[in-house]
Design a binder for this molecule. Structure first.
Ligand SMILES: NC(=O)c1ccc[n+]([C@@H]2O[C@H](COP(=O)([O-])OP(=O)(O)OC[C@H]3O[C@@H](n4cnc5c(N)ncnc54)[C@H](OP(=O)(O)O)[C@@H]3O)[C@@H](O)[C@H]2O)c1
Length: 283
């Protein structure tokens, strides 16, 4: 099986590469400098030359606040990029796995969001990701759309690395307690994504580590496991006015992940411990 990976220098891209190597899969990693997914002629050329069985689109514009100021930049990567991949995948009979986000939901629902719930983004980033989802689903028959949440892994400037950095810089750190979701380790997501791909069961998925938590609970866990000398103070989101609104509760329900690949992912505590060990983050 030949896989073309776009956005390969990102968190998920790097962990997909690790997973492909471990499983002996043939893959071509590309990032912006080799393939700008927003350029249709370049997408046609690279896909035509490599001839993959599947494209895994990890390229994304993930600057949630910045997207409010430059919505077209977000739409270019998160909407037009996946559109181009979908057009070319359909033309060249290639399957497409596209990654999306819990931020397509408004976060007002008290129950976890299932794949049957209607997205209603509350910020420009979420709108641009929903556009990408919709275009992939309408333009490419053989598609997988996989929503992830609170992703961490590799060298990304993710929440785990931020907590480690904040703890070095201050005695007390304020962390929001009213945003709840499911932290997801990109290494676990990558392995499960390949399992989904190999299942041949096309469609829409929610893919996260098991169990949900607030940002505060997650930070508390990181602090204790990494033995950080810092006080954590729980605060409400309005203590940190941000340009973009965030969904308050964007917990994803993974049905039918287990029915497709035979297992759920480990819980976020297990995933966080493995990542902290990988970072060697112990005081
Ligand atoms: N990060 C999260 O918390 C989170 C949460 C939920 C869902 N997701 C989704 O999960 C997927 C993977 O996210 P991630 O955190 O691994 O992303 P990431 O670390 O930000 O990586 C994205 C990669 O795409 C590259 N890129 C940007 N524009 C491109 C273009 N036009 N053509 C080709 N490559 C381009 C980026 O390069 P530059 O760095 O040079 O821009 C970067 O290397 C994305 O679909 C994301 O929306 C992420």
């Amino acid at each position: 099986m030949k896989l073309l990976i776009t956005g390969a220098l990102g968190q998920l891209g790097q962990d997909l590469i690790r997973t492909c190597k471990a499983r002996g899969l043939d893959y071509l990693p590309t990032d912006f400098s080799e393939l700008d997914i927003a350029c249709l002629p370049d997408v046609r050329r690279v896909v035509g030359e490599y001839g993959p069985d599947f494209i895994l689109n990890c390229a994304a514009y993930n600057l949630v606040d910045q997207a409010e100021k430059e919505p077209y930049a977000a739409m270019r990567v998160n909407g037009i990029g996946p559109r181009n991949l979908a057009i070319v995948a359909e033309e060249q009979d290639v399957g497409l796995m596209h990654f999306s986000t819990d931020y397509v939901f408004d976060g007002k629902q008290r129950e976890p969001y299932t794949v049957m719930d209607r997205p209603q983004p509350i910020n420009r980033y979420g709108q641009s990701k929903l556009l990408g989802e919709d275009l992939v689903r309408s333009l490419c028959n053989r598609h997988f759309v996989v929503r992830l949440s609170w992703l961490f892994g590799g060298n990304g400037d993710n929440f785990v690395r931020k907590v480690l950095r904040w703890a070095k810089a201050a005695d007390t750190v304020k962390i929001v307690i009213d945003q709840v979701a499911k932290p997801t380790y990109s290494l676990d997501a990558a392995a499960a994504a390949i399992d989904i791909l190999e299942s041949g069961a096309y469609g829409l998925y929610h893919l996260t580590n098991a169990e949900s938590c607030s940002r505060f609970e997650w930070a508390y866990y990181i602090r204790d496991y990494a033995n950080l000398k810092v006080e954590l103070e729980p605060v409400q989101s309005d203590a940190f006015p941000q340009t973009a609104a965030r969904p308050v509760c964007s917990v994803l329900d993974n049905y039918p992940l287990e029915e497709t690949i035979g297992h759920e992912l480990p819980d976020w505590q297990d995933a966080t411990r493995r990542y902290l060990r990988e970072l060697g983050a112990f005081s």
